[in-house]
Ligand binder design. Structure first.
Ligand code: ADP
Length: 488
């Protein structure tokens, strides 16, 4: 026989809330009603006992000793008429200590109030006694009190009261409490459920919107909530803020993915050109053994040139791939002046007819990576030399100014047109493909990454036909004061 595990059905929050507070109300009402019922029943019982006691006292007071006339050794008492003390549901009976009924109220008819040996014994000792007992079909409360004359108990006085009214009152009270309590619980459950539904309606809307957003991946949607800034208001605001961030992240991701795809496509394209040239020339050398020395030299020169370009391209791609992978540069104090002066010295041999000169060369120390800072200077100076026709000049200056090192590379070259200017830092962007033959179109993209890694910024000012100036600003300290600081 398989026993299936017992599983509770998942109840909605509204139903759970309603059940919980209905249960709480029912328990509270139950405790309250129980307390009320018990104390009321006790009060009523006390009240009955008090009435019986009072009646017995009255009766006792009305017993008179006529005179002390000894007749056969007996004392003569004048007993009151029991009917004077009896009412509709109160009965009176006078009994001797032997249990013989002397007088009884008329409303007892043929019945006698029960006389128990305990009651007689208690009375003989001068004590009173309460009893709950039965006369015929009627439940009664019975008070047995001694009739005391001259300090001696000479008889028993019985006052009883029917408990019918008392019990009926209690039954009515019970019924009213139970039905009233049940009705209150049901009413409050219905009202509570309606209130919970109203209160939770915005939550249902949020959940629906979240589901729709999840299905359609439409992060531009927002949760519509027009209400006070309570818990739900805060939830709506937080949810919408989260959606905003998701939307940004998603857009960023899409942009990154698109640029990555573009990058891969561009890189493949760029790699294909030199490879085709190299393969073409290599097969030519292989297939045509009797080539003229001039053609042969030309083919070899092309292979060498394209191989150099290929390795430059691969090197640049590697640098950018590392940058994309989150490579962070070393952070050491680097003196910029030495690097800039060195690059100027080398650049003088890069191209005949272009004058490479130093402008103002101050000194500054940058916290960063010496190799990439040198690469930055090389990229900018190389471009300036490359895009400046013979007869032109390139001026490189370094100014240290209030925590900033400003490196300027200005040329009198071909300049960059206004349409190209916003794109020159993009990967593989080349304004003038013919002139930049040999370039990879990645230099300025790498330059921008290096500057960003050093927490600086790079700007370009250019006018087509007149020249271009690249300005790099890097956070720096004046070398002397820095050295003074570090040497202490
Ligand atoms: P490249 O390898 O083609 O030089 P870069 O990323 O270094 O690639 O430069 C991107 C483009 O910006 C170049 O193709 C060129 O059109 C333009 N450019 C860069 N520097 C200069 C400059 N000093 N003068 C004129 N054009 C420039």
């Amino acid at each position: 026989m398989t026993i299936w595990p017992l599983r509770w059905p998942t109840l909605s929050l509204r139903l759970r809330l309603t059940l919980w507070y209905s249960l709480t109300l029912a328990v509270t009402l139950w405790i309250f009603a129980g307390f009320l019922y018990t104390s009321l029943a006790q009060n009523l019982a006390d009240e009955i006992d008090k009435t019986l006691n009072d009646r017995a006292l009255e009766l006792n007071r009305s017993i008179r000793l006529d005179t002390f006339i000894a007749r056969g050794g007996r004392v003569r008492l004048e007993l009151p008429n029991p009917d004077v003390f009896a009412t509709g549901d109160t009965f009176v009976q006078l009994v001797t200590l032997d249990g013989e009924v002397i007088a009884a109220s008329a409303n007892l008819a043929q019945q006698d109030l029960p006389i128990t040996p305990e009651a007689l014994a208690a009375t003989r000792d001068g004590h009173a006694l309460y009893q709950t007992t039965q006369v015929g079909d009627t439940a009664i409360r019975l008070f047995d009190a001694p009739i005391v004359v001259a300090g001696r108990s000479i008889g028993m006085l019985q006052v009883a009261r029917s408990l019918q009214t008392y019990r009926q009152s209690l039954i009515r009270l019970r019924a009213v409490t139970i039905f009233g309590g049940l009705a209150s619980v049901v009413c409050s459950a219905l009202i509570g459920s309606a209130l919970a539904r109203t209160a939770l309606r915005p939550l249902e809307r949020f959940a629906r919107t979240a589901e729709e957003i999840g299905e359609a991946r439409d992060f531009s949607r927002r949760v519509d909530y027009r209400g006070p800034r309570d818990e739900l208001g805060r939830l709506a605001t937080t949810f919408n803020r989260m959606l905003e961030r998701l939307q940004d992240a998603y857009a960023g991701l899409e942009a990154a993915l698109a640029s990555q795809r573009r990058f891969v496509a561009d890189a493949s394209h760029e790699l294909r050109t030199p490879l085709t040239t190299i393969r073409g020339n290599a097969s030519l050398l292989q297939q045509v053994p009797h080539m003229t020395p001039a053609d042969r030299d030309d083919a070899i020169a092309q292979i060498v040139g394209e191989s150099e370009r290929l390795s430059r391209l691969v090197q640049d791609l590697l640098t950018l791939a590392r940058a994309d992978a989150g490579l962070h540069l070393a952070r050491h104090p680097v003196g910029l002046r030495g690097i800039v002066a060195e690059v100027i010295r080398q650049a003088r041999f890069w191209r005949d007819g272009v004058l490479v000169q130093a402008g103002e060369l101050g000194d500054a120390t940058v916290i960063g990576d010496a190799d990439t800072l040198r690469q930055l200077a090389v990229i900018l100076v190389d471009n300036a030399v490359k895009y400046t026709p013979a007869g032109g000049s390139v001026t490189v200056s370094l100014v240290a100014d209030e925590g900033t090192a400003v490196l300027e590379v200005a040329d009198t070259g071909i300049g960059i047109s206004a349409e190209d200017l916003p794109h020159v830092f993009e990967r593989f962007y080349r304004a003038d493909r013919a002139r930049s033959a040999g370039g990879t179109g990645l230099g300025l993209a790498i330059a921008r990454w290096i500057v960003t890694e050093h927490n600086g910024r790079i700007d370009v000012v250019s006018e087509a036909g007149k020249g271009t100036t690249f300005i790099v600003r890097l956070p720096a300290s004046i070398t002397n004061s820095y050295q003074a600081l570090t040497s202490t």
